[in-house]
Design a protein around this ligand. Structure first.
Ligand SMILES: [Zn+2]
Length: 311
């Protein structure tokens, strides 16, 4: 029997071995290149991750957490959980009253009442006249708040505004905003009154935030409609091989790199009219094989965007 030989090149799946080696280019030159790419662009697909919200001013930990969640730190101890709004979400709350006592507050502070849109506005102004679409893993709806039509946004991981059955027993989500406000008013000792605990209208079980934390995440009608619009944008963007396309990746790390980061690299590798701009505080490295078509800027995203605007 003939043995098929698998080579190192096969193993690398078509990526050259030198990709992702350390790249050195002066910051000013990178800003110039990125700015020129954007100016020429007909289509800009924005990929937004947690680093964008942070750069825009969102706060989750440190003094902000102590000031807003001091009561929770006292009750549950600081431990590994009561450090910031990300970790505290995973605390094993003893009952639903405590669970919603915490989550109603996070939903309000991190999403519903959060307003860190000036950077998002700057960005949208900068891209005026281009065909744009936003693919985002953020749950804070800052692009909507900055005035971009919902039609141009696909938030794949849910948001702080909706709740769902904890088991995802039916494909629907429910507006939680008013409920969260009421919970916030009536919270005592970090807990909400039992009568405010939401129950699934179908199975009668517990409810959860509509955030992709496990395989029970509900992709409802609005989610699928956004997915479809994203598909339409991609189809149009990829149909015209003569157009200039820029993938503008903002603050996407390695929490869910499969949603924006890896597909962006794949698109840029497969299409010569596509460029990639990766802005990230620490993880901006780009595949070297993309050559002049990619620029990765390791810096504060807010500063990079403002500097690109000045060019
Ligand atoms: Zn249910």
């Amino acid at each position: 029997m003939l043995k098929r030989v698998i080579t190192f090149q096969d193993f690398l799946s078509g990526s050259p071995a030198e990709d992702y080696l350390f790249q050195e280019e002066a910051y000013d030159r990178q800003i110039e290149r990125a700015s020129a790419m954007l100016q020429k662009a007909d289509y800009v697909l924005i990929g937004a991750g947690a680093g964008l919200s942070t750069a825009a001013g969102a706060q989750y930990g440190g003094r902000f957490f102590e000031e807003n969640f001091g009561e929770f730190q006292e009750k549950y101890g600081r431990g590994p959980y009561m450090q910031d709004m990300y970790s505290a979400g995973f605390y094993p709350y003893p009952d639903e009253e405590s669970f919603w006592g915490y989550w109603s507050k996070q939903a309000l502070l991190a999403g519903i009442d959060a307003d860190h849109t000036p950077l998002h506005r700057t960005l949208l102004e900068m891209l005026q006249g281009k065909k744009i679409f936003v693919l985002s893993t953020n749950a804070d709806k800052q692009f909507e708040k900055a005035g971009l039509s919902e039609e141009k946004i696909f938030c794949t991981q849910g948001d702080y505004f909706h709740i769902q059955c904890v088991k995802g027993c039916h494909p629907k989500t429910y507006d939680g905003v008013e409920l969260f406000r009421q919970m916030d008013r009536e919270r005592k000792d970090c807990k909400i009154p039992s009568e405010l605990v939401p129950k699934c209208p179908v199975c009668g079980g517990a409810m959860n935030m509509n955030l992709r934390v496990d395989r029970h995440f509900v992709e409802d009608e609005a989610w699928h409609a956004a997915e479809e619009r994203f598909g339409e944008f991609l189809s149009e963007m990829l149909a015209d091989k003569t157009s200039n396309v820029v993938l503008l990746e903002l603050g996407v790390g390695f929490n869910t790199p499969t949603i924006i980061r890896f597909p962006f690299e794949k698109l840029a590798k497969e299409h010569e009219n596509i460029s990639l701009i990766r802005l990230n505080l620490k993880e901006a490295i780009v595949p070297e094989s993309l050559g002049d078509r990619a620029v990765g800027i390791n810096a504060d995203i807010k500063k990079s965007i403002e500097d690109m605007r000045k060019v």
